[in-house]
Design a protein around this ligand. Structure first.
Ligand SMILES: NC(=O)C1=CN([C@@H]2O[C@H](COP(=O)(O)OP(=O)(O)OC[C@H]3O[C@@H](n4cnc5c(N)ncnc54)[C@H](OP(=O)(O)O)[C@@H]3O)[C@@H](O)[C@H]2O)C=CC1
Ligand SMILES: O=C(O)C1=N[C@H](C(=O)O)C[C@H](O)C1
Length: 255
């Protein structure tokens, strides 16, 4: 059975990669693709439709899954349209505030929703090991540095926030410290968080754990956005036919 996939934000950095990754996947086909102002544009041979036609296209072409990499506001609009039509929703969009996140989670009462701030398998491995490292090195200083391209809007990255949650769940920390300047020495137990935005960096995350005349660095570096897109399409193939619920990329990898 072929899995029909609709793609939002299809002219964006990630949307383009997702269309290519769907094309590469043996079991998946593009149902349709939308972008805010497509201007007659085609990507990977798929002509892009205006975002305002999304709900109509969804009802007409009945895809199995929508893959979304846009922004928090539009992701929630697309999720609502999926609820209205009973279509599964996979989103890699980051930067949701607490209310937006709760709205997205509420959609999973009605349809399958999978949200992952990072669809790279290496990042999932990093999420899996960082808690152990912090536990084994109790009392060591922990700092996180992330670097992305100069057009990224949200900071820290969704991945950084996910890693920070994992670190905080595995140690007794005093809170996050975003950047430093002036006379501002490190306080015991704080987690330093540092955000770099430069050039065309695809995405780097590094956790530094140091004390006792030693230093451990856990680093993930994405070399190409194709890694995120391939993971998102694997997630879409996995979630097609799943029951309503809240899923993350670990569910896909663990299976
Ligand atoms: N989970 C993961 O593995 C990854 C997640 N991301 C996340 O994906 C998201 C997109 O990143 P990226 O592709 O680099 O961003 P881009 O800005 O390149 O693309 C976003 C696309 O979404 C469209 N869009 C934005 N707002 C709306 C809206 N309100 N209605 C309709 N369309 C909209 C944009 O259209 P327009 O051009 O008209 O603004 C654009 O085509 C970000 O949140 C990013 O953090 C990125 C990489 C990997
Ligand atoms: O905006 C990006 O580019 C990326 N965003 C994601 C995030 O916020 O964690 C994932 C990846 O690092 C690239």
């Amino acid at each position: 059975m072929t899995i029909g996939i609709a793609v939002t934000g299809a002219a964006g950095r990630m949307g383009r990669e997702v269309l290519a990754a769907v094309d590469d996947h043996d079991d998946c086909d593009v149902a349709f693709a939308v972008n805010r102002e497509p201007d007659g544009e085609s990507v990977e041979g798929v002509s892009l439709e205006p975002a305002e036609t999304f709900a109509t296209l969804l009802a007409e072409s009945e895809p199995d899954v929508v893959i979304d990499f846009t922004g928090p506001e539009s992701a929630l609009e697309y999720a609502q349209a999926c609820v209205d039509t009973g279509v599964a929703f996979v989103t890699g969009t980051t930067g949701f505030d607490d209310d937006e996140r709760a709205t997205l989670e509420a959609a999973s009462d009605e349809i399958p929703v999978l949200h992952a701030p990072n669809f790279a398998r290496g990042v999932q491995a990093l999420v899996n090991v960082v808690g152990d490292a912090v536990q084994q090195l109790e009392g060591y200083d922990v700092e996180l540095v992330e670097t992305h391209h100069n057009a990224k809007r949200d900071a820290p990255s969704g991945t950084a926030n996910r890693l920070l949650e994992e670190i905080e769940a595995n140690g007794d920390f005093a809170g996050r410290k975003h950047g430093r300047e002036g006379f501002d020495p490190r306080e015991d137990g704080e987690i330093g968080v540092h955000v770099l935005r430069a050039g065309n960096v695809t995405g780097e995350h590094e956790i530094v754990i140091a004390d006792n005349h030693e230093e451990v660095r856990l680093t993930h570096r994405a070399e190409d956005r194709g890694v995120f897109a391939a993971g998102a399409v694997d997630a879409a193939a996995w979630i097609a036919g799943a029951k309503a619920g809240w899923y993350d990329f670990a569910d896909v990898i663990d299976e």
